[in-house]
Design a protein around this ligand. Structure first.
Ligand code: BGC
Length: 746
């Protein structure tokens, strides 16, 4: 390895331009003794392709541990666990010669139909951002770079290479960019991957506002921006916008375009220097982390994959305590997924799992009682026959465990779903089984949300794993038998109907544009605001024990709110609770969702024990985006802290008063009377002016709320049409005095 850094100014323009595109499908170029960097998918396993190269998950790749995909892992809500998974991925990546693993995916699950939701963490930006940051910390702590993706507003697969996501600034900042902002500011990923789509009319790869102003200047990103594979539309425009590395590589004509643009004076050579410098920085980081590689302990990683999967299973319903299963229960295991588990989605993230736990085998290995197995659906021949066999087996057993879900073809990168229904055949099967067997347990595997009202009505218990990776079979068996007490929580709301979904009318868009008409009201923010029933709320998940919440205290401390409360295990078993903190602001100048998740913590509680749970909420996470000043604003006033076990199971609340910081908006002639009256300097001045100009209405503006309501929307300069006694000079003087302190602050 060279000791001296490569001096970018000593490199020819041709060589600098060449550094900005890859050498091949998964490799950058090498320079000055620094070896090429290998980038590979990800994110829930290493998809290292030695002989072939594709980003559709079609060609083979080396065997690797398949950890739970994001849709499963996010249900753990466990930052420590996610970090450990990241660290294990780093070991495997290094052993397979990979320097950068292409993940995590922190796009928001805007609509349950998005075909790639299984690769994303949540509908909530705080949960996505925090888990994403932990994953990056684990991975990069192990010497492998991350590539947080896909920046930004890439929330549908349909037409993804052309589609224009039209998003208002507030929703963009508070929802869609927020998760990326947290990962960048907290974990400094080596790279960020820009998405295929346009954002408000400009391709992500050419979006200087996004890649330079926001990402580098506002968030302080110091790494390299990599394109999604094939996302570069105009290489020169992309480089000028701040894109450093166009992938995949292998097309030298792209570099010629850069050289020609510099020669023609259309691109500043300093820009080429900067991007080349950042690619060299990436190569150096990889080189600095390329120490000796230890052999990977695939058994230990399988054990971690199982642990992660078992922590990600959410128990959605458990009527009559049908779970956990007693060891003497005779079981009828039904459904194809019991023998052919669906544990990951399709496309570029598809991992060649080193081994896969089969749920049926795992169940059998945990009980001495009789376990029968029938396919129930999807088998060759008459579906009625398969159903009849399953019903007979269920009737003969004490408990029926029915495995339902989506198949590999139902959800994948590259296309979206048209509905959120489970296949009808499966629902018929469940109905028939539940009719003869009251102790019916449904076990679900799927990446995107499915409609569950029918399942909830029929099954006595519902276990939802999302997608659980290669250890899912053992994890489900452990939860069924109570070896693991479930603690997973939904990271996405399960709506009653597709028609209730916030983006129902604006998905996946038309004629290559998508209107984000629901604004900031995404996921539970929307269902709460509309007071819609949901089948299972965001944050929901049961346990085999019960938890008691004491009273909560909250106070400001070092730029944060410190929320503290005792939580007790009041039930019969050891367990773990996911304590969630939502914040509301009733009186606000802007529209606010009824509540927003701002913090959470997983706490292990042995039976009978109590723990003091302390959660800190950074004040900046309470700010809203004010597009009048193009900045975050922390509004002063009372905030309600709501602590609970899910978004719809709030156990205790308290209020905190905050000072706030603005917004500092200068008054102008176009400011309304209401805005003038609310201003600390202009308000009293205006009242005095009005008193003088309209003696017939003494103090009316300041004391009569009704009058203020009526005239409050009149812009200041128009007041002259109504009150001749207020002249332009008086208005000018008022504005000058009111705006003085603001000028002084700048
Ligand atoms: C996907 C990325 C992936 C890349 C490389 C693209 O199609 O959108 O997520 O990392 O291919 O396989």
């Amino acid at each position: 390895m060279p000791d001296d850094p490569v001096d970018v100014t000593s490199v020819t323009l041709e060589a600098k331009a060449a550094l900005g595109s890859g050498q091949s499908f998964w490799r950058t170029k090498a320079v000055g003794g620094l070896p090429a960097v290998v980038l590979t998918d990800g994110p829930h396993g290493v998809r290292a392709q030695a002989d072939a190269a594709d980003n559709f998950g079609v060609a083979g790749s080396a065997p690797a541990t398949c950890f739970p995909p994001a849709a499963g892992l996010a249900q753990s809500w466990d930052r420590g666990l996610v970090e450990r998974v990241g660290a294990a991925l780093a070991d495997e990546a290094r052993s397979l010669g990979v320097n950068v693993l292409l993940g995590p995916g922190v796009n928001i699950k805007r609509d349950p139909r998005c075909g790639r939701n299984f690769e994303y963490l949540s509908e909530d930006p705080i949960l996505s951002g925090m888990l994403g940051a932990s994953w990056v910390n684990g991975l990069q702590g192990g010497g492998v770079g991350a590539s947080v993706k896909h920046l930004a507003a890439n929330n549908a697969e349909s037409d993804r290479m052309r589609s224009d996501s039209r998003v208002e600034p507030r929703a963009l900042r508070e929802i869609y960019l927020k998760s990326f902002e947290r990962v960048v500011t907290e974990s400094q990923p080596w790279t960020v991957m820009c998405s295929y789509n346009k954002i408000n009319g400009v391709y992500a790869s050419e979006n200087r506002w996004l890649l330079t102003d926001v990402l580098r200047h506002q968030w302080g990103f110091t790494g390299a921006v990599v394109s999604d594979w094939g996302a570069v539309n105009d290489r020169v425009a992309a480089m000028a916008a701040g894109l450093d590395l166009a992938m995949p590589g292998g097309d030298p004509s792209l570099d010629d375009e850069v050289i020609a643009a510099v020669a023609a004076g259309d691109l500043d050579e300093a820009t080429v220097d900067e991007t080349a410098g950042r690619v060299i920085g990436l190569l150096r980081r990889a080189a600095d982390n390329s120490g000796p590689v230890e052999a990977v302990d695939l058994d230990a990683h399988h054990a971690l994959a199982r642990e992660a999967a078992s922590r990600s299973v959410a128990l959605l319903k458990n009527a009559g305590g049908v779970l956990p299963l007693a060891p003497d229960r005779r079981l009828a295991v039904i459904g194809r997924f019991a023998t052919e588990p669906h544990y990951q989605g399709g496309g570029s993230s598809r991992v060649n799992a080193a081994r896969v736990d089969i749920p049926l085998d795992e169940i059998r290995s945990r009980t001495a009682a009789d376990v029968t197995c029938t396919a129930g659906f999807g088998a060759e021949g008459d579906p009625a026959h398969a159903r009849a066999d399953a019903v007979a087996a269920a009737r003969a057993a004490d408990v029926a465990v029915v495995f339902l879900g989506l198949s590999d073809l139902d959800e994948s990168e590259g296309y979206d779903r048209d509905d959120i229904d489970l296949p009808e055949e499966q629902l018929h099967l469940l109905a028939a089984v539940a009719e003869v067997q009251p102790h019916t347990v449904a076990v679900l595997s799927h990446g995107g949300v499915v409609r569950l009202d029918d399942v909830d009505r029929r099954a006595a218990a519902v276990l939802d794993g999302g997608l659980l990776g290669q250890g899912g079979g053992a994890a489900v068996a452990d939860v069924l038998f109570g070896v693991v007490n479930p603690s997973g929580r939904l990271a996405e709301t399960v709506p009653v109907r597709l028609e209730d979904v916030p983006s129902f009318l604006n998905f996946p868009g038309e004629h290559s544009h998508v209107l984000y008409g629901e604004g900031i009201h995404v996921g539970y923010r929307w269902y709460d605001a509309r007071a819609f029933e949901v089948t299972y709320p965001f944050g929901h998940g049961l346990s085999y024990t019960t938890f008691g919440y004491g009273s909560v205290e909250a106070r400001t401390e070092d730029g944060a709110i410190r929320v503290a409360l005792p939580v007790s295990n009041t039930g019969p078993r050891d367990g773990r609770e996911v304590v969630q903190v939502y914040v509301s602001k009733a009186a606000s100048d802007v529209q606010r969702p009824p509540q927003e998740l701002k913090g959470f913590q997983v706490v292990d509680l042995p039976r009978g024990s109590t723990s003091m749970v302390v959660i800190r909420i950074a004040l900046e996470d309470l700010a809203y985006w004010d597009d009048r000043v193009d900045d975050w604003v922390l509004e002063g006033g009372d905030y309600t802290i709501r602590v609970g076990s899910s978004s719809r199971d709030i156990r205790c609340t308290t209020d905190v008063r905050l000072e706030g910081d603005g917004p500092r908006i200068a008054l102008s002639e176009n400011s309304t009377i209401a805005e003038v009256l609310a201003h600390p300097v202009a308000g009293p001045l205006f009242t005095a002016m009005a008193r003088q100009a309209m003696p017939a209405m003494p103090d009316a503006l300041s004391s009569d709320g009704e009058l203020v309501k009526m005239v409050g929307s009149i812009p200041l300069h128009r007041i002259r049409r109504f009150a001749g006694g207020i002249g332009q000079t008086a208005i000018d003087r008022l504005l000058q005095q009111a705006n003085q302190p603001l000028d002084g602050q700048q």
